[in-house]
Design a protein. Structure first.
Lengths: 109, 113
């Protein structure tokens, strides 16, 4: 089966940096996705990594190491609106997208 | 307006009722999905349709019955549900290629009494 692990909760201060780690063990690998989900809303796509390295998109960056089965999402210059759940998802060998349980990030003033 | 629309947003039903969830996507995508989201648990893939053909049934009980009449519409028919089926049901669509992200609707919050 698929195993995708990420921390349950993280708390940080406005303006700070937070790094959300994700480790995975899946039957095949065709890319890793990060989603943001605010309470009561749909998950929205943040980033996609299929090759090793760092992808940067404004305040958000995502890193992938396929040999280690590891990714992280880096949120810089945190804002109150960044308080949300962040979901790590892996597309496996059959192209199905499997999700971790999500990391709830709380940003404090 | 979101590209993926789900109705209703909230649904309360008894265990003997029959109801349907509806999903419509306006993005021209080929693939549509049903996911179940329970508190503190990963999203669970239920069904996948690609070009209207069901390509995945992830061991879902028969009390959940999907229907995909065309590439833009997806239904989930519910009957004789159990209280443990209470959850957020999310519909998503994608282009169906390996690097295409899923676009989710806002979900239907289902409560089975």
């Amino acid at each position: 089966g698929q195993n995708i692990d990420q921390p349950t909760e993280m708390t940080a201060t406005e303006g700070a940096i937070v790094q959300i780690n994700c480790t995975y063990q899946t039957s095949g690998f065709n890319g890793l996705f990060w989603y943001q989900q605010h309470a009561g809303e749909a998950p929205t796509f943040l980033s996609y990594n299929v090759l090793d390295g760092l992808e940067e998109k404004g305040r958000f960056s995502s890193f992938l190491s396929r040999s280690k089965g590891y990714s992280y999402l880096l949120l810089k210059e945190l804002q109150m609106k960044d308080s949300a759940s962040y979901l790590c998802a892996v597309r496996d060998g059959d192209y199905k997208l499997s999700f971790g349980a999500g990391t709830t990030v709380t940003v404090r003033a | 307006e979101t590209g993926v629309t789900q109705t209703p947003r909230h649904l309360v039903m008894g265990m003997t009722n029959k109801k349907s969830l509806k999903c419509e996507q306006h993005l021209g995508h080929n693939a549509m999905y049903w996911y179940k989201q329970s508190a503190k648990k990963p999203l669970e893939l239920m069904f996948v349709y690609n070009f209207k053909e069901q390509t995945e049934n992830n061991s879902v009980p028969s009390r959940f019955s999907p229907e995909c009449p065309n590439s833009s519409h997806l239904f989930l028919h519910l009957h004789t549900l159990q209280p443990e089926d209470s959850a957020l049901y999310l519909c998503a669509s994608s282009q169906g290629t390996e690097n295409s992200p899923l676009h989710f609707g806002n979900g239907t919050r289902l409560t089975v009494t």
